[in-house]
Design a protein around this ligand. Structure first.
Ligand code: TNX
Length: 537
């Protein structure tokens, strides 16, 4: 009997003796119109990876691969919506769920039950499944990966590939970090200078920004048009994945201020060419809010996610401390401390996002000055802030830097390519619990891994940082602790690498970087800048 090894581990998996050759089936049956899309997706994947073309039908007498919606329909974006049952029996396959999202997750599992070669884009592998019965439901509602396309822009094509890989690992969220000091990546027709100016920088620091700065003299930039973004959203929607856009305000806005200096405190500086936290922030004016609202309106038109991320991390108050505009606002609004100016932004943006029928998410710094109760908090600094945010009544996305910042080093190997700092091995991710002690599981909306891209310039660099840690993360976020204990993910990771090989992912081998992945002696050489964890609070 072929040993079944899946990532994430399903809730219940009962193998049986024998196999089913899908060539013995007559069709993929999708009785419900909502399952027709997933059915064709599966049909196409089977055809491309195995050469077997099963047509999609709404009814078929005889052995088939049947997709069926059954039972009371759960609300979208709940764990029940993603639950499914998958039976591979001698007479056919039944994939049953209460919501089309569950069908989509079952298809991801089915892709892993096929031989790894079926993930190639040419026929070769057999369309053969082991006989098995699976019942599955995720532990957490939000299982995400963040891609930072602001520090280094990535072509749309790479974003689509990452969505497909997220899908294979049964993640349900791709968070796009679209704006930062080093670049603005979304076309806003009413603010043309964002695409003309804010999307481009003159050059980029070479090596670690904290060491002696040398610059590459090469312009970098790019942005997604609204059509690009509509395509990304539709591609993700077909896989039941939410693409959550982030517009980072009011800090991390050097690119905005390069295009529209009148929104700031008067400095006229170019889009940032190095990395770190900059003092330039938006001035707390009606003009700044009007800008933010205009941007959010466009974003809401293009993205269908129930959530919009409004940023809010690392906002220095230096400029506001000497700003007459900030002083006047504080006086008018009765804001006692300058930190409260950020809270003024957070409230206005959260309200605007709500008026667009969406929920706002902010980085945990938005809590420091106070945030409306409905703001979801993506906690990054420390696990202590998960507790703090939950106790303040917020829903939380657990993203603690010491565990899921995949821009940190993967090992102590001197050959690791340049990383920002830190050490997060796959084993460390495997041992992480996104629900820290003393926090109600219901307060934790979910978990997310992060691919900050200061030092991840090309797709291959992002892939090296992401894989295989992302697979381990997906297991942590989806599988119940008992199921994970019964089958350690590090054992399942070895066969999983064959899937990544078949997909052509430039992952990091478990034993260390391949020669062309190593940092070597040049600018991408390892540099051990010390990582200091944020204090508990
Ligand atoms: C902190 S996490 C940041 C990012 C950096 C990242 C690097 C967060 C909300 N802010 O701006 O890219 O660290 O690890």
């Amino acid at each position: 009997m072929q040993r079944i090894s899946l990532i994430p581990q399903p809730s219940r998996l009962t193998p049986a003796d024998g196999e089913l050759d899908l060539a013995s089936l007559g069709a993929i049956v999708a009785a419900d119109p909502e399952t027709t899309g997933p059915a064709w997706l599966l049909s196409d994947l089977l055809a491309s990876g195995t050469g077997l073309r099963l047509a999609v039908a709404d009814a078929f007498e005889g052995p088939a691969l049947r997709l069926r919606l059954e039972g009371r329909r759960p609300e979208a974006d709940t764990t029940a919506a993603e639950a499914y049952r998958l039976e591979v029996a001698p007479g056919g396959v039944d994939l049953v769920a209460a919501h089309p999202a569950g069908i989509s997750r079952g298809i991801a599992t089915l892709r892993q039950l096929l031989p790894p070669g079926s993930l190639r884009a040419a026929p070769g592998a057999g369309a053969v499944l082991p006989l098995v019965s699976i019942e599955d439901e995720p532990r957490l509602r939000w299982r995400g990966v963040m891609i930072d396309v602001a520090r280094h822009f990535q072509a749309k094509d790479f974003v689509l590939r990452m969505i497909d890989r997220a899908w294979l690992h049964r993640l349900n969220t791709v968070h796009l970090h679209l704006t930062d000091d080093q670049g603005w990546r979304v076309e806003i027709p009413s603010r043309p200078r964002l695409a003309e100016v804010a999307a481009w920088r003159a050059e980029t620091v070479v090596g670690h920004a904290r060491e002696d700065a040398v610059y590459d003299g090469t312009p970098h930039g790019g942005y997604y048009t609204l059509d690009d973004l509509r395509e990304i959203v539709a591609y993700a929607r077909a896989r039941h994945i939410n693409v959550v856009p982030e517009i980072n305000l009011p800090g991390h806005t050097r690119s905005v201020l390069a295009a529209y200096p009148e929104l700031g405190a008067g400095q006229n500086r170019p889009v940032a060419t190095t990395f770190g936290v900059f003092e330039e922030v938006l001035e707390p004016t009606e003009e700044s809010l009007a800008f933010a609202r205009e941007v959010l309106d466009t974003v809401a038109e293009v993205f269908d996610s129930p959530f919009i991320h409004i940023g809010g991390d690392e906002v220095p108050t230096t400029q506001w401390e000497s700003s007459p505009t900030a002083a006047a606002l504080m006086e008018r609004e009765g804001i006692a401390e300058v930190r409260g100016v950020q809270a003024w932004f957070t409230r206005a943006l959260t309200e605007h996002v709500a008026s667009l029928g969406r929920r706002a998410i902010g980085w945990d710094e938005v809590l420091d000055g106070g945030a409306p109760g409905e703001t979801v908090i993506s906690v990054w600094r420390n696990e202590a802030y998960i507790k703090k945010a939950a106790e303040a009544g917020h829903e939380v996305i657990a993203i603690p830097e010491p565990y899921v910042y995949f821009d940190h080093y993967e090992s102590t190997d001197p050959g690791e390519p340049l990383r920002i700092h830190g050490l997060i091995t796959a084993e460390k991710v495997a041992g992480w619990d996104p629900v820290p002690p003393g926090v109600e599981e219901s307060a934790v909306l979910g978990a997310q891994c992060q691919l900050w891209s200061e030092y991840l310039p090309r797709p291959a660099d992002v892939e090296y940082a992401a894989f295989p840690r992302l697979a381990v993360f997906a297991d942590v976020a989806w599988a119940a602790p008992e199921a994970r204990r019964a089958s350690p993910v590090m054992d399942r990771l070895v066969p999983h690498l064959e899937r990544l090989d078949a997909l052509g992912v430039a992952y990091r081998p478990l034993e260390g970087p391949r020669p062309w992945q190593a940092g070597g002696t040049g600018a991408r050489k390892r540099s051990d800048v010390e990582f200091t964890e944020h204090p508990a609070e």
